[in-house]
Write a protein that binds this ligand. Structure first.
Ligand code: KIV
Ligand code: ZN
Length: 518
């Protein structure tokens, strides 16, 4: 088929805020979701799946708020094949300029037998009923056949035909368990499109999980089979091994236009920022050698490579780092820089802060410049992201002194602001981090357990800022917090308190009557 603007446009459906957020521990606050949705919208994502509105009040609120603020993207919400889910989803997306209900049901024999305990005919009835109900609420309806790649093709054809007949405008055929190979996945789309009589009335969509590391390859194979929508996530965040990574798909299509004759409307300049934002909000750090957005994706260490790069970048580079928003590490102003220059720097880095946040960030920048020899863009980014988190929090770290070393026991003396009141407590622990966290617990008693503690250096050198991620779990809820400081223990305390605040907030939004304390 010859590519034409109509046939070669690939819709990018980003599900970072739904499938991505479903990975255990990746849950995000409303503020984080709004920021991510904004950058996805600016980046040119065609459809943003903003959440699963029936899952909790917090999810419903987030989808509704993203819908209200959306500029160009279609805002989708997920709904199981249940009336209450569909109605709640319709309610949440109705404020969007362009809203979509995405409803799904399992179609594979193993899911029908063990998960649903239903016959094929019963599931067919469910499809007819739920797609019709969705279509009565909104014009844009996506239907997904969960576990499509393990569904017998004849039955899948009948399901797809019924969904289109009842008004589904997009048909998504997910590789839910990441089992398919590229050839199989391509053939499935070709078969379905050929055999289903009304297949020309819907857009076909791919949705691939990465259990065998084939998610991106499968997505592109599905497109070769006729799909024109790709469901993916920033950094490949998602259930188990994750979903297909948006940045890899988009850059593969851009870089290999000679063989992949399609186009997306994504502006790749936003990729690195979006990646950092999602890593920060989810607490899932990006591996150094991750394609496109990993720290080393454009680093050339070996002598032969460096020599080639100096002569001509194309010897070893198939994409230019600046195309995906990688900036050369640049030295920022020093301690004599003024507020004006600082605000300009923030704008250049893409941050627009209100007066109070700017004032606090500027104060912390000055403190940092006093302590650290070189302040880089990455330092400013970490500091500002930390500041944005702290702003909305009711509990904050004010001062911390830790006594550590071989003598033991390690001791922390901590002062915190708890709803405007300063409280100081001391605690000992098995190491300085444990002592610090025990001091937090002494000030704000809670039952949450620590499930992740991770430290990484923002830049090089022993005076680098430490960026700490902490994940806490309580009553089946999970929250991840981040903190940055040149002092690893201060960063750890901030990260812990941030996770604690998020957990408390989540308990409140999921259950407005719940106690404030974690
Ligand atoms: O992986 C999957 O099958 C899904 C569906 C809900 C689309 O995420
Ligand atoms: Zn999925």
């Amino acid at each position: 088929m010859t590519a034409t603007p109509e046939t070669d446009h690939i819709r990018i459906f980003d599900t970072t805020l739904r499938d991505g957020e479903q990975s255990p521990g990746a849950s995000m606050t409303l503020e984080e979701k709004l920021q991510i949705a904004e950058i996805l919208d600016d980046m040119g994502v065609d459809i943003i799946e903003a959440g699963f509105p029936i899952a909790s009040n917090g999810d419903f609120e987030a989808v509704g708020e993203i819908a209200k603020r959306s500029k160009n993207s279609v805002i989708a919400g997920l709904a199981r094949a249940i009336h209450a889910d569909i109605d709640r989803c319709g309610e949440a997306v109705k404020h969007a300029g362009k809203g979509r209900i995405h409803t799904f049901v399992s179609t594979s024999p193993i899911h029908l037998k063990f998960q649903m305990n239903k016959t094929e005919d019963q599931v067919m009835e469910i499809i007819t009923d739920t797609v019709t109900r969705s279509r009565n609420l909104i014009d844009d309806v996506e239907w997904s056949a969960m576990d499509a790649t393990r569904t017998p093709i004849d039955y899948l054809c009948r399901c797809v035909e019924a969904a289109i007949k009842c008004g589904a405008t997009t048909i998504n055929l997910p590789d839910t368990v990441g089992y398919a190979t590229p050839d199989e996945y391509k053939a499935m789309f070709e078969d379905i499109r050929e055999r289903v009589p009304n297949s020309d009335q819907a857009i076909f969509s791919v949705h691939c999980h990465d259990d065998l590391g084939l998610a991106v390859a499968n997505s592109l194979a599905g497109v070769a089979g006729g799909a024109r929508q790709i469901e993916c996530t920033i950094n490949g965040l998602g259930e188990r091994a994750g979903n297909a990574a948006l940045e890899e798909i988009v850059m593969a299509i851009r870089t290999r236009g000679d063989v992949l004759q399609y186009a997306t409307q994504i502006d790749p300049q936003f990729m690195v920022r979006a990646s950092k934002m999602v890593a920060g909000a989810s607490g899932f750090a990006v591996q150094y050698n991750k394609a496109i957005v990993g720290k080393n994706a454009f680093a050339h260490e070996s002598g032969i490579h460096q020599d080639g790069m100096l002569k001509n970048a194309e010897t070893y580079e198939i994409m230019r780092p600046e195309d995906v928003g990688v900036k050369a590490t640049s030295l920022v102003m020093g301690k004599h820089s003024g507020r004006h220059a600082f605000r300009d720097k923030l704008r250049e880095l893409g941050f627009e802060l209100g007066d109070k946040a700017l004032q606090d960030a500027f104060r912390r920048f000055k403190e940092l410049a006093d302590r650290k020899k070189h302040v880089y863009d990455e330092d400013i980014e970490a500091l500002v992201e930390d500041e944005i988190t702290i702003l909305g929090e009711s509990t904050k770290v004010i001062a911390l002194t830790v006594i550590a070393g071989t003598g033991g026991p390690q001791k922390a003396i901590l002062t915190m602001d708890v709803n405007g009141q300063h409280i100081t407590k001391e605690a000992t622990g098995d190491g300085p981090v444990d002592a610090t966290f025990n001091a937090i617990k002494a000030i704000v008693p809670h039952e949450a357990t620590l499930s992740l503690y991770q430290v990484h250096a923002v830049t090089e050198g022993t005076d680098a800022q430490a960026e700490v991620s902490v994940r806490l779990e309580a009553e089946g809820r999970i929250a991840t917090g981040k903190g940055a400081d040149t002092d690893t223990l201060v960063a750890s305390a901030r990260a812990y308190v941030s996770a604690m605040n998020k957990l408390a907030l989540r308990q409140q939004t999921d259950n407005p009557g719940a106690l404030q304390a974690v």
